[in-house]
Design a protein around this ligand. Structure first.
Ligand SMILES: [Zn+2]
Length: 64
């Protein structure tokens, strides 16, 4: 079906979200690496945050 093909092609073009987007664990927004206000790593998992406030909330959560 054409619709499926279009989607697949768009994905491989790479202009949009998939590859680099993560869900901000605090507010649930989808954040791209290039748009992230802050990045935290936990082991080998990276978290991207929409704002510094979310990163601080994450730090607080993981501090204890
Ligand atoms: Zn956020």
């Amino acid at each position: 079906m054409n619709k499926f093909w279009g989607t697949h092609h768009a994905h491989r073009d790479g202009a949009s979200t998939d590859g680099d987007a993560r869900v901000d664990p605090i507010c649930g927004m989808s954040v791209m690496r290039s748009n992230a206000a802050a990045i935290r790593t936990d082991g080998d998992v990276e978290y991207f945050f929409c704002s510094n406030g979310c990163a601080v909330a994450f730090d607080t959560d993981h501090a204890h």
